[in-house]
Write a protein that binds this ligand. Structure first.
Ligand code: ATP
Ligand code: MG
Length: 213
């Protein structure tokens, strides 16, 4: 990795639905922060996620609060309301433009799962994306980044524009946590303790009609 001057801070930006945030997200952020000597990782819960527009997603405020609870104890983790306060559908390019405006001197590292990375780079205005940030794809068990269709983009980019980082095997997903909560099975240790309690307090993921049973 090339050394950049001390002038600008290095900021990780971790976008996600975080419905709920789980230890996979936290381990990934921690691992990437260490690998790239990031000063801070900003978690950015999505507003209305365009990839999930057809699916039921918990209220933004609940996802935001769970993200705050999960990251509160780490002094180099923080949470941004940028996407949830934006009225329109979230695109990565909007998130990064806003982060650049808020932190004009920072070097941005967008951290995302390998699965999500492939989509972002395929569908969006990729040329601008690479001007805004470096991309770090975290490999998650069961997902392999197929870069074949990205080759023509990647060929013209600096070698450090996209880096893949392997995360210690954590097969945790939010979908599995939601499924477990819906079936009254434990989510302890998959998500931070405070998030377990928040899910229960707010009756998140309980099937409609089953509340209070
Ligand atoms: P869902 O199961 O609903 O898709 P998710 O677990 O993928 O949820 P998201 O909020 O969609 O959670 O994920 C935010 C980002 O974190 C995505 O880029 C995703 O690929 C990545 N990610 C999710 N789980 C893990 C994990 N266990 N290890 C590493 N990265 C992960
Ligand atoms: Mg996902």
């Amino acid at each position: 990795m090339q050394e950049t001057g001390r002038r600008g801070r290095k900021l990780g930006v971790m976008g996600g639905t975080f419905d709920p945030i789980h230890h996979g997200h936290l381990v990934a952020a921690s691992e990437v922060a260490n690998r790239f000597a990031l000063d801070e990782v900003i978690f950015v819960p999505t507003g209305q996620p365009w990839q999930k527009a057809d699916k039921q997603v918990s209220p933004a405020e609940d996802r935001y609060l769970m993200t705050v609870i999960a990251t509160a104890s780490n002094p180099s983790f923080s949470v941004s309301r940028a996407d949830i306060d934006r009225e329109k559908v979230t695109y990565t390019v909007d998130t990064l433009r806003e982060m650049r405006d808020r932190h004009p001197d920072a070097e941005l590292y967008f951290i995302t799962g390998a699965d999500a990375l492939a989509n972002i780079l395929t569908w969006q205005d990729w040329a601008e994306l690479f001007e805004l940030a470096r991309f770090v794809g975290v490999s998650r068990p069961g997902y392999e980044l197929n870069t074949d269709h990205l080759e023509e983009h990647l060929r013209d980019l600096p070698a450090d524009a996209v880096t893949m980082v392997e995360i210690p095997a954590l097969a945790i997903s939010s979908s599995e946590c939601r499924r477990r909560a819906a079936e009254n099975r434990p989510v302890w240790y998959l998500v931070p303790d405070g998030v377990v309690q928040y899910i229960s307090k707010r009756h998140l993921y309980v099937p409609a009609g089953a509340e209070g049973s």
